[in-house]
Every structure is written in structure tokens, then in C-alpha cells.
Design a protein. Structure first.
Length: 260
């Protein structure tokens, strides 16, 4: 397969405090054949994606990745789509009933929010606040509530999970599929149970997933660390083998926990 160097980029993921020497980030693609004289016209420079460069992010399967994994650009993209959908729903809200508005919410807004939520959901809470505001605005429109109405009872009324609970629900659903071996085989060894790491020890948390040590807040938010921690805190319902039954009980529990 021939490599299109114009479409080939690379990105170095790092924390905000980690400095990188730009001279160490020069990547060349050499398409010369081994054993033949080198042709300089077949050597191309591969562009690096970073905040100080002409390209700040890279879209992979619809998700915008930046070098800090902040997902700020992706969240801004989602908010742009949500704003367009909110405009349409707001214009039509006086001509249709609440059930139809709820259907429009799920088709025009919810679909954008949940797409790859397990990936961008690890962004910091300040960045995610933009989506929270849009979701609350949508719920008020569906319920025909005042602009500053408290949204907790509205979420319960519509049986819609707020963003933070939605992130938790999707994360636990992913872990349920992982534990029951319903994910692609590439995920098989992502996490190990404590007794698998130390079979000779009799541990109280032997059936819990091992959570690796971490020292940075940015790393702490990543799915590799948050997912097993959430699964370890799950009550006995996680033993339910059917994923649909488990998700129904989980969603009901999260809705019941909403306080207003």
C-alpha cells in the first residue's frame, strides 16, 4: 500500500508540564527501495500535530484528538452540533407534543452526546460543563420548563440520564462486556483481577480489578484507570450476566440517585 504523505500525520501525547524539543520531533518518510540509489525526492517530512503548529488536532473515527488529550476541540464540535439541533427543536416545540420532542432529543442531541462518550468523557469537568449546559437546555425545552428551571426533576420525569451519570453508565456497560468477554479480543488483557496477579496470596479484594498506580490528574481520568475503579465499586448487580438487564437496573439506580 502506497503511503499518502499529505494525509499522514503524527502526534506526541503528553501532559501540560512535559516539555518536548521540537528538533527531536522531526519524522521523515523514506520511500526509497533498499539496495537502490537514494533519491531525495522520495524522502518526505511528516507533519506533527500540536498546539503551536498549523493543525491542533486530528480526527480519528469522528473524534478529535489533541496532544494533551483534553478533547476541548472535540467538545466544541459537539456543542456546535447541539446548538443547531436546539435551534430546530426550539422552533418546533409549540407544534408537537412532549413525546415527539423527546424522540427528537434522542435523535438530534443524545446521539451526538453518546458517540464515543467513553473516549471524550475523560475530559476535565470544566470542559464537559459546556455539554452539561446544552443538555439541560434541551431537557427544559422538551418539558416546556422556564429558562432557569431546576433540571434534576426534569431528568427524572423524562428518564434521561444527565451527562455525568451517562458517562458512568456507558463506562460500566463497557466493563460488563469486558468481564463477560463480549469485547474484541484486543481488550482481553487490558485489566487483570487481583488474584490473577497474585494467585499465591489470599486477598480480601481478590475478585476486584487491579488499578495501576498513577501520579498525574490527567492520567487518573483516562479510561484505563477510571473504568476498573468504577467496576470495583459496583454492587452485586454486576453479577447479572445479561447486559441489557444489567443496564436497565443500572440506569434505574442512577436515576433514583438524582437529588433535587
Amino acid at each position: 500500500m502506497a503511503v499518502n504523505t499529505r494525509k499522514t500525520k503524527f502526534i506526541v501525547f503528553r501532559t501540560h508540564g512535559k516539555k518536548i524539543n521540537n528538533e527531536d520531533c522531526i519524522l521523515l518518510f523514506n520511500s526509497n527501495e533498499i539496495g537502490k540509489p537514494a533519491n531525495n525526492s522520495l524522502i518526505f517530512n511528516i507533519d506533527r500535530i500540536h498546539n503551536a503548529g498549523p493543525e491542533r488536532n486530528f480526527k480519528l473515527l469522528g473524534v478529535l484528538f489533541d496532544e494533551y488529550l483534553s478533547f476541548d476541540d472535540h467538545i466544541n464540535l459537539i456543542c456546535t452540533k447541539l446548538s443547531k439541533s436546539l435551534f430546530c427543536i426550539r422552533r418546533i416545540k409549540n407544534f408537537i407534543d412532549q413525546n415527539t420532542l423527546k424522540m427528537l432529543y434522542f435523535s438530534m442531541l443524545h446521539s451526538h452526546i453518546v458517540y464515543c462518550l467513553n473516549i471524550y468523557g475523560c475530559a476535565n469537568t470544566t470542559s464537559l460543563q459546556k455539554i452539561r449546559v446544552k443538555q439541560k437546555e434541551a431537557v427544559r425545552i422538551v418539558c416546556n420548563a422556564p429558562y432557569r428551571a431546576h433540571t434534576a426533576p426534569l431528568f427524572k420525569q423524562l428518564c434521561i440520564l444527565p451527562l455525568d451519570e451517562l458517562i458512568k453508565c456507558n463506562s460500566l456497560k463497557f466493563m460488563h462486556n469486558f468481564i463477560n468477554q463480549k469485547l474484541p479480543f484486543s481488550f482481553n488483557e487490558c485489566w487483570l483481577l487481583n488474584y490473577q496477579r497474585n494467585p499465591q496470596l489470599n486477598l480480601r479484594n481478590a475478585n476486584d480489578l487491579f488499578v495501576p498506580a498513577h501520579h498525574y490528574a490527567t492520567v487518573k481520568r483516562l479510561p484505563f484507570y477510571t473504568f476498573p475503579r468504577l467496576w470495583n465499586d459496583e454492587p452485586d448487580r454486576k453479577t447479572i450476566p445479561n447486559v441489557n438487564t444489567y443496564v436497565k437496573k443500572l440506569k434505574k439506580s442512577l436515576l433514583d440517585a438524582i437529588v433535587f
